[in-house]
Design a protein around this ligand. Structure first.
Ligand code: COA
Length: 252
């Protein structure tokens, strides 16, 4: 791993991209920093391994906030302020960072995520029982038109991390800021980009449209023919949206 920092005695690892720009990528449930290889190569920035994932130590994690604490404090070792880009669970973490550690936030990018992330009970139950068929279903729901090899890689990754995947999905299932946005208790006032695949079955486009309706300055990019794993399925379109955002705010 390229960089390791210490947060309260927990080692947190980052992968460094081609340019050291203040952009922190946060992966979703059961994944790790390698999810962002194509973005690190073309755009730059730093991809974190959440505690218990990739090369980072594990620690006691019970909620999205717990992850946000480690990401925000790890990122402070690299930059005073950064853009936080999160996918799915990672997008929930970005929202908790904005709410609790706003001093380190330059901007946010919400990818395939939502203000509430309830998980299908059959997925949680199946994972509790270690049922491999549930992983197959979850992987199928994660992609629109991906090659079998891409799906198999994801399945392997999930099978190797089944306990952590379950922990992550339980944290997602408890995450719910929907009402707080609706009543205006949460107002996001930093540069915001929202990206979603038009065929996302895990976090439907509707969730991103909701963000757009409550964050007036946000830009929403819906990428065609892409599912939940939009950064893997549509690399060019995805990277273009990020590069446009970064150049608009002079962050490249
Ligand atoms: N943003 C905006 N609206 C949201 C939302 C979000 N993040 N999450 C839920 N809602 C809305 C729904 O659209 C619905 O609105 P409606 O009544 O106008 O149709 C309402 O809140 C209730 O949502 P619903 O989906 O019926 O119930 P739920 O939020 O309790 O979730 C599930 C039940 C799990 C069956 C469903 O959310 C689902 O299919 N999720 C996707 C699959 C999954 O497991 N994803 C994993 C994400 S990590």
């Amino acid at each position: 791993m390229d960089i390791e920092v210490d947060v309260n005695g927990v080692k947190i690892a980052f992968k460094r991209g081609k340019k050291s720009i203040p952009l922190i990528y946060i992966h979703g449930s059961g994944c790790d920093s390698s999810l962002w290889d194509k973005q690190l190569e073309e755009i730059g920035g730093f991809a974190i391994d959440l505690p218990g994932h990739g090369f980072s130590d594990d620690t006691n994690i019970n909620s999205v906030y717990d992850y946000a604490f480690y990401v925000a404090n790890a990122a402070k070792n690299l930059f005073d302020k950064a853009v936080f880009l999160g996918h799915s669970l990672g997008g929930a973490i970005v929202q908790e960072i904005y709410l609790n550690f706003k001093d380190c936030v330059l901007g946010i990018i919400l990818v395939g995520t939502g203000a509430r992330l309830r998980v299908l009970p059959e997925i949680l139950d199946g994972l509790e029982k270690g049922d491999e068929k549930v992983i197959d279903k979850f992987v199928e729901m994660s992609f629109a038109n991906a090659a079998e090899s891409m799906k198999n890689d994801m399945k392997k990754r999930f099978l190797e991390n089944i306990e952590v995947l379950l922990r992550d999905l339980k944290a997602c299932d408890k995450f719910d800021l929907l009402e707080k946005y609706k009543i205006g208790e949460i107002k996001i006032d930093v540069p915001t980009l929202i990206i979603v695949g038009d065929k996302d079955k895990l976090t439907p486009v509707k969730y991103s449209q909701f963000f757009k309706s409550t964050i007036p300055q946000a830009e929403l990019v819906v990428i065609e023919n892409a599912g939940h794993m939009v950064m893997l399925e549509k690399v060019n379109e995805f990277n273009k949206a990020i590069l446009d955002y970064l150049s608009k705010y002079n962050l490249l």
